[in-house]
Write a protein that binds this ligand. Structure first.
Ligand SMILES: CSC[C@H]1O[C@@H](n2cnc3c(O)ncnc32)[C@H](O)[C@@H]1O
Ligand SMILES: [Zn+2]
Length: 430
């Protein structure tokens, strides 16, 4: 039996209706065994967490972690120029080892900023899975499939290899999905095939949707439909858990089509702002009963994987869009980044709140800082003042991945060296 006791912290469980309280958390074999004041249980290790807030780890529902190698390489471009002229040529040079080290760099940033689980769509996914396994983080992995060239069968085979070989690995830390890339890269026939397979084997789907106005124009010209109508008509929302990344350009009837869907929307506000895509109809989606979680997208576009930046951007953008500061209050934004995101990855029975019996995926935030005092309202402080750099400790499955801002499972100097040399090679001459 492996035990860990976290003592004297302010506990924010994120369970609906529960207020923050001072207390302790006892973790046994990776799960929360007790939460309450003055616990006296024996433990192999004790963390004294005075002046710290314990909350569920943040869950990043849309990422391409390996793109951390392309951070700040190409900015201030329109999405299609950025993708076609810069990202795709650099990605064409990426080896399996590049993906391993790029993903590890992304994971290091996530652990350091309080993310305990993420959803990833990329290539060389066995390397991504290995990086997840080695680091101790939790992830939902997807082989991204573009069906514009004629090697779609190979991509499908790789997607299924990932699912068959890695689902449940790392004591259940790795889950998998099927990932058709986007409506504009997936024509009806292969997309229908993916949807039918997902249906038959009950595999969740992860896809980009309605990110830009240009995407809407492309799909209108090809099929005389909105991107959402296109996916709906192919049966995507009938009985499959679907993770929709972005969903910025939805009209009223698109939102109505998503009503009652399984899964929901990964909102990526920083990427949407930076690429000038627009503001997603988050309030309308939530009012329609659609689950909305939070993500960053890759660091190649968002530049950072700090989920605290997303929390701020999400709430500010909705307030601005509706001209109303009461829209998406602090608690709702924090819920989006924790339990709502857990629902999107279909892991909410295990993580997303601090509750007895759930996996111990949690973070400790250091309040002993000028920008986090005084403590009138801990929810407002976390949503509006905290940054990823305030995270002191990150724990996944009861394992300490970072403590007092020191990585426990990753070798930072090695990651930096590998990432620097590989990143230079990828972008040379582009
Ligand atoms: C086929 S693997 C995933 C693929 O997606 C690309 N990508 C990264 N960010 C975005 C985005 O915001 N919209 C669409 N596609 C994106 C990435 O470069 C990979 O090629
Ligand atoms: Zn993306």
């Amino acid at each position: 039996m492996k035990t860990l006791l976290i003592k004297d912290c302010m506990i924010l469980t994120m369970v609906e209706g529960e207020k923050p309280f001072l207390g302790d958390i006892w973790i046994v074999d990776g799960r929360i065994a007790k939460i309450g004041p003055s616990l006296e249980e024996e433990a192999d290790r004790v963390i004294l967490a005075k002046n710290r807030v314990a909350m569920p780890g943040l869950i990043n529902t849309h990422n391409h972690a390996s793109m951390s190698l392309l951070r700040a390489f190409s900015d201030d471009l329109k999405l299609m120029d950025w993708l076609d002229k810069k990202m795709l040529p650099a990605e064409a040079r990426m080896t399996r080892e590049d993906v391993y080290w790029g993903t590890t760099l992304g994971i290091a940033e996530m652990i350091a900023s309080g993310t305990t689980a993420f959803a990833d769509m990329y290539v060389h996914m066995d390397a991504v899975a290995q990086a997840v396994l080695d680091s101790g983080i939790r992830a939902s992995l997807t082989r991204g499939m573009v069906f514009l060239e004629d090697d779609g069968e190979r991509r499908m085979a790789e997607a299924l290899d990932l699912i068959d070989n890695w689902t449940g690995a790392g004591d259940g830390r790795i889950t998998t999905m099927l990932g058709p890339h986007a409506p504009y890269t997936c024509p009806p026939k292969p997309l229908q095939g993916v949807i039918e397979l997902a249906h038959k084997r009950q595999i969740p789907l992860h896809i980009h949707l309605a990110e830009t106005i240009e995407e809407g124009e492309k799909i209108r010209a090809r099929y005389n439909q909105t991107p959402t109508e296109y996916l709906h008509e192919l049966g995507m929302f009938h009985d499959t858990h679907v993770l929709l990344a972005h969903a910025v350009h939805l009209n009223e009837s698109d939102v109505a089509l998503l009503r009652g869907m399984r899964g929901g929307v990964a909102h990526n506000p920083v990427s949407n702002l930076k690429l000038g895509c627009g503001i997603a109809p988050v309030r309308e989606l939530i009012e329609a009963g659609v689950t909305v979680g939070m993500g960053t997208d890759g660091a190649g576009s968002a530049t950072t994987l700090d989920m605290f930046a997303e929390i701020k951007a999400a709430t500010w953008m909705q307030k601005l869009k509706h001209g109303d500061p009461t829209v998406l209050p602090a608690e709702s934004a924090l819920r989006m980044a924790t339990i709502e995101s857990a629902k999107l990855l279909a892991i909410d029975h295990e993580v997303g709140t601090l509750e007895v019996g759930k996996r111990a995926d949690l973070i400790l935030i250091d309040l002993d800082k000028p920008h986090l005092q005084p403590v009138h309202d801990i929810l407002a402080l976390l949503a509006y003042s905290a940054t990823g750099a305030d995270v002191d400790t990150t724990i996944v499955n009861g394992e300490i991945l970072m403590h007092q801002r020191q990585f426990q499972t990753l070798q930072w100097e090695e990651i930096k060296r590998e990432a620097t040399t590989r990143a230079s090679r990828l972008v040379e001459g582009l």
